[in-house]
Design a binder for this molecule. Structure first.
Ligand SMILES: Cc1cc2nc3c(=O)[nH]c(=O)nc-3n(C[C@H](O)[C@H](O)[C@H](O)COP(=O)(O)OP(=O)(O)OC[C@H]3O[C@@H](n4cnc5c(N)ncnc54)[C@H](O)[C@@H]3O)c2cc1C
Length: 380
């Protein structure tokens, strides 16, 4: 077991840090205020190899290990949680899923462009009545002589304002829940597919989230990703990688909160001295740093396991649960340390406080992660 990066990994992470500090951080506040998808930054991230970091080189990706990817996502997220989420969707939920379950045609048509950033991917699992209960899919795909006809509505589809392709989950055997769901690769310009604006969100603004209305969308049979009726398995596998990436994304926000709290503790004076001299402040800083460090170890352990083992659902659930809750506490404590300076609209901590909250919700709430962990514990 080693706890250091190789020089090759470090060189890549240094380049990611330069990009995050020089290009992303200065744009983060504007992205949050405008709620606009950062197309230009996504293209720059792609040039760095951040759109298909762990996709094999043979398919146009970076061929990187998951620990390096997780470390890179954390660095980007410390500058902008929004850009980090955009990258995790394209990498973990879409490109890696196509690499794992896709046919040679899918690899040729979509994987290379997605991994190189020439195309953008989205993942449409959630529906109005299928959030935590994702098996309750009401979107239906009916087989006909030309392929499948898909009808339904997906909600909260990140990247979808600009995406070229979306993985759509739909019931091919309605009312059989997880046993009768299939996954499809659907181009966003398919006839009958409409983007519907969704309500504005509290944080991670600029994600390009919209609802997708599917009205008699025709796809060929070769649009099936994986086997018919086994799409729920495809979704769950995708979410294993996705949850590790979200753990890393949450850590980035937590780390940014720690750095801002440290800066303020050194510079803000009260009672004739820096507030960092007060033990009440010091203990909060200590707790933030320790909890983030512990969560980072869990995240990197999950990432390392993903490189070695076929399944990583337990490790991914633990990492996401721990990192998202530690990061939430970090942002909350940072707000307390900055007090009114943090509570001010437009302050960095105010944005971090809003951004961090989503990590306990998307790709499975904290309650869902606890359910997965308990299922593993009780099965042993
Ligand atoms: C910013 C953002 C981006 C998103 N992007 C995407 C995306 O790109 N693609 C996509 O498909 N989805 C996306 N989502 C949707 C997200 O995955 C869902 O919101 C999430 O899975 C939770 O579902 P829900 O909101 O319907 O909550 P619900 O499932 O309605 O849950 C409500 C509450 O009940 C709890 N609960 C539910 N069941 C149980 C149970 N059995 N035991 C205990 N507690 C339970 C939940 O934990 C939660 O606290 C996104 C969401 C957000 C906020």
């Amino acid at each position: 077991m080693t706890f250091s990066f190789t020089s090759e990994q470090q060189t890549f992470l240094d380049a990611v840090r330069r990009f995050a500090d020089l290009r992303v951080a200065p744009r983060a506040a504007e992205m949050d205020a405008s709620d606009e998808y950062p197309r230009e930054l996504v293209a720059e991230a792609a040039a760095l190899g951040l759109m298909g970091a762990c996709v094999s080189k043979q398919h146009g990706g970076g061929g990187r290990d998951y620990v390096t990817y997780a470390a890179a996502i954390e660095i980007v997220s410390a500058a902008s949680a929004t850009l980090a989420v955009i990258l995790t969707v394209n990498n973990s939920l879409v490109a890696e899923t196509i690499e794992q379950f896709g046919s040679a045609l899918h690899h040729e048509t979509w994987l290379g462009p997605l991994a190189r950033g020439q195309a953008i991917g989205a993942f449409a699992l959630s529906e109005a009545d299928a959030g935590s209960d994702a098996a309750n899919q009401q979107t239906v795909a009916r087989l006909d002589d030309r392929g499948y006809v898909i009808n339904g509505r997906k909600i909260w589809v990140a990247n979808a304002t600009v995406a070229d392709v979306v993985i759509v989950f739909a019931a091919t055997q309605p009312d059989t829940r997880g046993r009768g769901i299939s996954a499809f690769l659907v181009p966003l310009d398919a006839k009958g597919l409409t983007r519907v604006p969704s309500p504005e969100s509290l944080g991670v603004r600029g994600l390009g989230c919209v609802d997708l209305e599917l009205g008699d969308v025709h796809v060929d049979a070769d649009a099936l990703l994986g086997e018919p009726g086994r799409g729920f398995r495809v979704a769950m596998r995708a979410l294993e990688g996705g949850r590790i990436a979200i753990a890393a994304q949450a850590l980035g926000v937590g780390q940014a909160a720690l750095e801002e709290a440290l800066r303020y503790a050194r510079t803000r004076h009260a009672f004739g001295q820096p507030i960092g001299n007060f033990q009440a402040i010091q203990f909060q800083l200590s707790d933030i740093a320790t909890e983030l460090s512990a969560a980072r170890m869990l995240t990197w352990k999950a990432a390392d396991t993903r490189d070695r083992a076929p399944r990583v659902s337990l490790e991914a659930a633990m990492a996401k649960l721990q990192a998202s809750e530690a990061a939430h506490r970090a942002a909350d404590r940072a707000m307390q340390i900055l007090a009114s300076a943090g509570y001010r609209r437009g302050s960095l901590v105010e944005r971090l406080f809003r951004d961090v909250r989503a990590a306990e919700i998307y790709q499975g709430t904290s309650e869902v992660q606890r359910m997965i962990i308990a299922e593993h514990l009780l099965a042993d």
